[in-house]
Design a binder for this molecule. Structure first.
Ligand code: NAD
Ligand code: 6OH
Length: 486
């Protein structure tokens, strides 16, 4: 059986007290491995290794050498591509094409983009007048923040973890990663790539374990951690922010969403159906950018609901590599219970269940997996729990609307503000809507199309800060000013 160890100071190791926890397959509930469970001792060791590396070879490395190392990490991931894909498939159970064409390639790209960025960063300078007429020159320099804690979720584990590790290392920091307890495999495997390409020990560390009162919390509370970057639930972000207050540490947060998909009658109908379908059901709806609220202009409402229902009813359940399978399980039984509890609430609140709403009939060998049906509701008021709260499952509520003003107000009446996807062929309307919707990321006639140089992050309770391209430098570096009297 698979055993997944911590990666501390360049070495794989067990927990000092020998503790482990189970990793079960979301596909069938089978035990697929045991994962070392880190505690205070492992966090202390990893943070000490990260701190020491800052002052060692890594700290002394010039930018050009660091850039080469980042490209080497990206190449190393590509060389081990099949291993990363297999590890992610085992952990999440998601279809092969999603993992092999989107998530794992993004892992490699996350190192390349920040290698490209860091070698092209300009610094500002200001020539100033002084009373003696000689003047002064100000210029800024960027230094690494120090030891960065990376706390990552389970929904696209490799992509989301490297989206933080890439810029952190590019900027010269060292990291301690606490991957989600549900998906430890790819973070552990990346240690092998780090060693193979010669990243100095202590630069990249991984400690497995849980969140509250466990490895995650111990990491965020550690006084030798200089900054914390986190992707996950808004409620967890609140807990981490409290921990970060002690010692005045900086945070970068990518949190939850309850994103609106908005479809105007003048859209390209087929493209909009396909786009909204992907946005609601890809990765079994476990995407922070997903649309669990869909608003469709009244003239095409009935036709749109029917078209989305047909797509939901055509999904093919299966293991990642089953021929034609395009729909996987949820991450765990616990998450399945949460999603099904929302399915029950929707019915209790009087929803019309257009399709789904329960557990699919699966063959006996998959019957113990975390499978749920893709589900569409209509007819609920905006106050209903499934219209207000993030479910993080394969479901959406669809409601008709009659005007731009009305739909903008509906979309904005939520505590989250992560992203939106708008479908229309009217250019002026597209721009008006992009200005009106209170989110960090707006897609027009597209969804999840990512240029990694752009600012990525949420407004309202969906996050703090922007990551991507030069924007990541805000968080991962300390900008200093030098004033030279001439
Ligand atoms: P989660 O918040 O439950 O867990 C995320 C990580 O935090 C895990 O590693 C967990 O062990 C750790 N953790 C939990 N409690 C902690 C604590 N008190 N201190 C320190 N660490 C702690 O999130 P999840 O269920 O893994 O992921 C799903 C959530 O993530 C959804 O809300 C989703 O919207 C969000 N998400 C957001 C983005 C984004 O870019 N905005 C991307 C992906 C996922
Ligand atoms: C959330 O599930 C997906 C987040 C995506 C990113 O963070 C990204 O960089 O594309």
């Amino acid at each position: 059986m698979n055993s997944i160890q911590h990666f501390i100071n360049g070495k794989y190791q067990d927990s000092s007290d020998g503790r482990t926890f189970e990793k079960r397959s979301p596909l069938d509930g089978q035990l697929i491995g045991r994962v070392c469970e880190g505690g205070q001792a492992e966090i202390d060791a990893a943070v000490a290794a990260a701190r020491a590396a800052l002052h060692g070879d890594w700290g002394r490395m010039n930018v050009a050498a660091r850039v080469d190392m980042l490209y080497a990490i990206a190449d190393g991931i590509t060389q081990r591509f099949d291993d990363f894909v297999a590890a992610e498939e085992a952990d999440t159970g998601q279809p092969h094409h999603v993992i092999a064409h989107a998530f794992v390639p993004r892992g490699a790209a996350n190192f390349k983009i920040f290698a490209d960025t860091i070698k092209n960063v300009p610094t500002e300078s200001f020539r100033m007048d002084t009373p003696d007429g000689r003047g002064a020159l100000n210029y800024s320099i960027r230094k690494p923040k120090g030891v960065v804690a990376v706390i990552s979720p389970w929904n696209a584990p490799f992509m989301l973890m490297t989206w933080k590790v890439g810029p952190a290392l590019a900027c010269g920091n060292t990291v301690v990663v606490k991957p989600s307890e549900e998906t430890p495999a790819t973070a552990a495997l990346l240690g092998e790539v780090m060693n193979a390409v010669g990243v100095p020990p202590g630069v990249y560390n991984v400690v497995h374990g849980f969140g509250p009162d466990a490895a995650g919390e111990f990491l965020t509370r550690h006084e030798e951690v200089d900054a914390i970057t986190f992707t996950g639930e808004t409620s967890t972000g609140t807990a981490i922010m409290k921990a970060a207050a002690e010692g005045i540490r900086d945070v970068s947060f990518e949190l939850g969403g309850k994103n609106a998909g908005i479809v105007f009658a003048d859209c390209n109908f087929e493209d909009a159906c396909e786009g909204i379908f992907r946005s609601a059901f890809m990765n079994t709806g476990q995407v922070c950018l997903g649309t669990e609220r869909v608003y469709v202009e009244r003239p095409i409402f009935e036709r749109f609901v029917a078209a989305l229902k047909a797509r939901c009813e055509a999904v093919k359940y299966g293991r990642p590599t089953d021929k034609g399978a395009n729909y996987g399980p949820l991450i765990s039984q616990e998450h399945k219970r949460k999603v099904l509890s929302y399915y029950a609430k929707a019915v209790a609140d009087g929803a019309t269940v257009v399709t789904g709403g329960g557990v699919p009939a699966m063959p006996p060998e998959l019957a113990n997996g975390a499978w749920v049906q893709p589900t569409i509701w209509t007819g609920l008021p905006e106050t209903a729990a499934v219209v207000r709260e993030e479910i993080f499952g394969p479901c959406c509520h669809i409601r008709p609307f009659d005007s731009e003003e009305e739909v903008a107000a509906l979309a904005n009446a939520n505590r989250y503000g992560l992203s939106t996807t708008i479908w229309t062929n009217d250019l002026g309307r597209a721009h008006r809507m992009a200005e009106a919707i209170e989110v960090g990321i707006t897609w027009i006639n597209s969804w999840f199309l990512r240029d990694l140089r752009t600012p990525f992050g949420g407004s309202k309770q969906s996050g703090i800060g922007r990551e991507g391209g030069v924007h990541s430098l805000e968080f991962y570096t300390e900008l200093r000013n030098v004033c030279v009297k001439l």
